[in-house]
Design a protein around this ligand. Sequence first.
Ligand code: MTE
Ligand code: MO
Length: 528
Amino acid sequence: MTTFRGAWSAAGLAAGAAGLATSYFAAMALTIRESPVVAVAELVIRLTPGPVAEYLISLVGKLDKPLLLLGIFVFLGVVFAWSGRLARRTWWAPAVVYAALAAVGAVAVSTQRGAAAIDVLPVAVGFVTWLVTLSLLTEPLRAAEERGAEADRAAVDHLMPGEVMPEAGPVPDDAHTRRAFGIRVGLLVAAAGVLGVLGRVVGRGRRHVEEVRGLLRLPQVTRPATPDGVSAGVRGITRWMTPSDDFYRIHTAIVVPAIEPKDWTLRIHGMVEREITLTYDDLLDRQFTEAWVTLSCVSNEVGGNLIGNAWWSGVLLAPILEEAGILPGADAVLQTSDDGWTCGTPLAALTDSRNAMLALAMNGRPLPIDHGFPVRTLVPGLYGYVSATKWLREMEVSTFADITAYWTERGWGELGPVKMSSRVDVPRSGEDVPAGEVVFGGVAWAQHTGVSEVEFSVDGGAWRAADLALVPNEDTWVQWSGTADVPPGDHIVRVRAVDKNGTVQTDVEQGVLPDGATGLHARDFTAS
Ligand SMILES: Nc1nc2c(c(=O)[nH]1)N[C@H]1C(S)=C(S)[C@@H](COP(=O)(O)O)O[C@H]1N2
Ligand SMILES: [Mo]
């Protein structure tokens, strides 16, 4: 019977390499971190007892890390080849091996300092690649071996008593199978190589920009000082200031732009008297403005957390647009980002008295790359999808009649003013609290209008006025709190806000499409 002994190992090795390549690329594209393999190396270093590490380093000196990585790769090579051979008998044995490797990778990346949930994604990508490529590669081998086994059985059936099995002659489609297999392995290894190179390029650019960002000093930017009284003093309410690391992130880019400030320009053109191109240094030369502003996403469901509040520093947009000289008839600005994303912003919101700005810093530091470094737009009172362009490159003054933008082309509303909303944070969903006096709390927002009252109701009873914490302006969310006497049993609490125009938050339920969700947030809890 024909076998492809070496081929099964080769398939395992090629699949293994492919998974390492995709996970490396994903890590480079998604984060500034190293690949999962490096995370594992770091984990090994962390777990190695100090004296042992010192002894090893005394033996190999500066080669310690390259040798460690080499060791990991050799180990992986052996395991990959072995899992290829395992695949010859059962499909699940290599899957178990891959799962074990992925588990080690996942532990390594998620125990790194400052790890986020997304850091595990490259490991998952590698795991799926292993499974898919191994089955793609081994499928023709399996088919050929089965044909071979059948041919052998047929031959045995035809033997005369006492006759011996003739030497197995070459099965005619062997050569074909080998060639097809060779081509698959070759293509896969080539693709892995290309991905590896791409990952390097993407990763290097981003790491460099990350370094530049780390060294940047913006003299006009002050550290965030949380104003007094903004906390309602109830444990469990979302922090009033959202740390940048915890701030929600929404973008369509798979590989986010990495732009050095020295390479950044903003071109303002269209219906203007004179076109303007601004550099990063031009912005640094201007008067800075700083403000607490709550940014929210149109895709935030009632009670959702696609919302955050930060201290933003930058340059006011209104005077810049005035310098350009807006021509009569314009009512929109089409913004374009470095990655080609677009949004149409109502011109009025950029030129009225609100703090519409080109933001350079978030929470006292240059914008994180994921939040638009080096420059993004920020417009209080509008959802992000019509205003908060990250990696901003271009502003074309125009009319809504003449433009379409990324999300409006996909059925979302043109103007995008933020809808008033409120949320219960305490008690937590399904929480068991002692019966009697129960503490409630959460946040409410109506950016650029301001919240004047928040009310909550337990089990559909009367609306009770909540206490509001302080806010520095009308552009941020506000924390609310209150207490009510609650008997033992299952309960539900609802919340609603009233804005400074006296409008009461509607209880009419609407989904996020086309222009933001409405309805009242409710939480179930149990008192006992
Ligand atoms: N370049 C670019 N800018 C963008 C987006 C995008 O997809 N690409 N998404 C927008 C949307 S929908 C929102 S809600 C905000 C989110 O900003 P954040 O990721 O800093 O929270 O960015 C906006 N700016
Ligand atoms: Mo959004």
